[in-house]
Design a protein around this ligand. Structure first.
Ligand SMILES: [Fe+2]
Ligand SMILES: [Fe+2]
Length: 176
């Protein structure tokens, strides 16, 4: 009987599980970015706070995009528990280091799902994931650029104040 149920879904149980894991990861990213927005605001880095607010919204959209895809494919999308969100950071730079780490692990995770889809010839999900790979190119670029500002400008004197202002201008023109 279980196989009959599966006939109504266009993704395998294994891919469904991986996609639900990704839903959770995007939800977690969204919550972490919100926490970063709070920390930056409380510590006087208003441009960075706005930047992380925006990032948080983007991650929420990624979460919903995958959530909806699972449902569209006839699967069971699971609303995730998101817990253990870090609330305090040791410094301005640490926030951006962790943001980059987070983006790198998201890219790795999506590559993992992509590889699993290729293995079972789930080209429909591969096509769906292409958007996310492109998105990660932008996300990693922005996170790296933010960290570069710490090197280029330096944190001494009014450095952190200037870095914060420049974070507000970070853009990715990869499509140009
Ligand atoms: Fe994301
Ligand atoms: Fe992201």
């Amino acid at each position: 009987m279980k196989d009959l149920v599966r006939v109504t879904t266009l993704i395998s149980a294994a891919i469904e599980k991986l996609l639900n894991k990704q839903v959770k990861m995007e939800a977690y990213s969204s919550a972490v970015y919100l926490s970063m927005a709070s920390w930056c605001n409380r510590n006087g880095y208003d441009y960075s706070s706005t930047y992380f607010f925006k990032q948080s919204g983007e991650e929420r959209n990624h979460q919903l995009k995958i959530f909806k895809y699972i449902l569209d494919m006839g699967g069971n999308a699971v609303s995730p528990d998101v817990t253990d969100i870090k609330k305090e950071y040791n410094g301005f730079r640490e926030v951006f280091e962790e943001a980059l780490d987070q983006e790198i692990s998201v890219t790795q995770s999506i590559k993992g799902i992509y590889a699993a889809c290729m293995k079972e010839q789930d080209f429909v999900t591969v096509e769906f994931l292409n958007w996310f790979l492109k998105e990660q190119r932008e996300e990693e670029y922005k996170a790296r650029r933010a960290l570069e500002l710490f090197e280029v400008i330096g944190e001494e004197g009014t450095g952190r104040w200037q870095i914060d202002r420049h974070v507000g201008d970070i853009k990715y023109d990869g499509e140009a």
